[in-house]
Design a protein around this ligand. Structure first.
Ligand code: ASP
Ligand code: MG
Length: 269
């Protein structure tokens, strides 16, 4: 099992807003966002891991990410320039904060686990803000860095949404791209299935906020699901199914708030 995590709710938006303010010359909103994120993640950590030593090592990991965030906001404010490359580095900080937390939570439950930065496993082109995976290179990187962990029974917790170019420059896959990260890794590792844990019961017949009696679709084809995503169904990032379609790897959409419900199964048929 490989886990792929997104940032906590709303975090990516906050990071991006502060980046735009930094581009106007003001680094303070960035500093404030990072302080708030430190508090939020340390509080979550306190409820996820009880052991002091375990907590300390995660806090150290969070510190490194937050310090990098501070330097990025400072540099942006100094130059009054926000390049797509810098924006990627800033907007992906949320995933880099959440992965160590989830890995710690798994260890607390007695599951061996390790946070993995996707810069080491998803190789992309250099199209910042909407990068595409280079699958041959990604497969090699997954075999080198994830397979050995899996063989030792360790659950890698990989940062969603981001990757890196062959030169090691961080990229992002586009907003909502953590689903896409999961199917990229699923395809690269030849997974039996990919499960996307979200906040609705699956692919619905309509937007439940507009149509209260919208129903969950039990099973749907890749093509029809991709069409729904293309026409704006928020449940799937439009590119999510591309990596798994050819290998016919089934994708489940399931509700993390109601894990007992079956969800939607997406397959070739
Ligand atoms: N955290 C990223 C975003 O908000 C990726 C994701 O949520 O899937 O776009
Ligand atoms: Mg998100």
């Amino acid at each position: 099992c490989v886990a792929v995590v997104s940032a906590m709710s709303g975090v990516t938006n906050l990071l991006i807003e502060a980046a735009n303010r930094a581009a106007g010359g003001d680094k303070r909103p960035g500093t404030a966002v990072l302080e708030a994120l430190r508090k939020q993640h340390e509080e979550a950590l306190a409820s996820l891991a009880r052991d002091d030593k375990a907590r300390k090592s995660v806090v150290e990991e969070l510190e490194i990410v937050l310090a990098e965030g501070n330097r990025l906001y400072e540099g942006t404010a100094l130059l009054r320039e926000l390049t797509p490359r810098t924006l990627d580095a800033i907007s992906s900080l949320g995933e880099r904060l959440s992965a160590p937390l989830v890995a710690a939570a798994l260890r607390e439950l007695g599951v061996q686990s390790e946070a993995v930065n996707a810069t080491r496993v998803i190789v992309t082109d250099a199209f910042h803000g909407g990068a595409e995976p280079l699958m041959v290179r990604t497969r090699e990187a997954c075999e080198a860095r994830l397979r050995p962990l899996l063989e030792k029974g360790i659950v890698p917790v990989v940062t969603g949404f981001l990757g890196a170019t062959t030169e090691g420059i961080l990229t992002t896959l586009g907003r909502g791209g953590s689903d896409y990260s999961a199917t990229i890794l699923g395809a690269a590792l030849g997974a039996d299935e990919v499960i996307i844990w979200t906040d609705v019961d699956g692919v619905l017949t309509a937007d439940p906020r507009l149509v209260p009696d919208a129903r969950t679709i039990p099973a749907i084809s890749y093509r029809e699901a991709a069409e729904l995503a293309f026409f704006g169904a928020k449940v799937l990032h439009p590119k999510t199914l591309n990596p798994v379609m050819q290998a016919a790897i089934p994708v489940w959409i399931r509700n993390s708030f109601a894990p007992e419900r079956p969800g939607t199964l997406i397959t070739r048929a």
